[in-house]
Ligand binder design. Structure first.
Ligand code: COA
Length: 187
């Protein structure tokens, strides 16, 4: 599946941004290279608790998980970002009721492993990826949900800009997690 998504090329002649389903054979190497770049910035993504920043640990961090559907954003064949939808992880299922929401695989899809290259931030790549993930979740009449670590100020500003709403927070292995959810009719 290939969709031309709403990227924001700098010039009329710039190539369009494409959001397409992840294909390990074509994309894994480039995605691990992108993660190596993000592991070197401050704060690193993923966090040091999730990966030690080596190619091997980043590859296993990317490994498939229950219900996973992945997309990459590319321009001229260059991989610029990634997003995954999974069934909600146990931490969200467990903390949902305290935030006033029952969260399970029938009612919600979780957005995870979402990241964009530092070389193309604030260019609409994240918006295109998250919109694709949210449409996928909403097509099965579920609601998008995600957890973001306290201190991820850019990501939190992004989710607010995307119209998601913070429904609560919980203490996890890596510290305080803010939980964001899409509105029932779509954010
Ligand atoms: C969060 C992330 C995916 C956003 O990707 P992006 O491609 O830069 O986002 P977009 O360009 O689509 O941003 C859309 C809007 O979100 C808001 N936004 C995005 N990043 C922002 C930031 N750092 N500060 C403030 N607002 C921000 C803006 O309103 C932006 O629109 P504008 O640029 O026209 O003002 C990216 O910053 C990233 O990869 N962060 C590191 C990994 C991470 O934290 N992932 C989330 C884990 S839960």
């Amino acid at each position: 599946m290939r969709d031309v998504a709403g990227g924001l090329p700098d010039e009329a002649t710039a190539s369009p941004l494409v959001v397409e389903r992840y294909d390990a054979g074509r994309h894994k190497k480039a995605l691990v290279a992108l993660l190596l770049e993000l592991a070197a910035v401050d704060p690193p993504y993923p966090s040091r608790l999730s990966s030690d920043g080596t190619a091997e640990s980043l590859e296993s961090w990317l490994a498939a998980e229950p219900g996973a559907v992945d997309w990459v954003a590319t321009r001229d064949g260059e991989v610029l970002g990634h997003v995954r939808v999974t069934d909600p992880h146990p931490y969200l299922v467990a903390h949902g009721p305290a935030m006033g929401v029952e969260i399970d695989a029938q009612t919600h899809g979780e957005v995870v492993k979402f990241f964009v290259s530092t070389v193309c931030r604030r260019d609409g790549v994240g918006r295109s990826l998250l919109t694709t993930a949210m449409r996928h979740i909403e097509s099965s009449e579920r609601r998008p949900v995600l957890a973001v670590l306290d201190g991820s100020t850019g990501a939190i500003a992004f989710y607010n800009a995307m119209g998601l709403v913070e429904i609560g927070a919980f203490d996890g292995e890596e510290g305080l997690n803010h939980v964001f959810m899409g509105s029932p009719e779509g954010a």
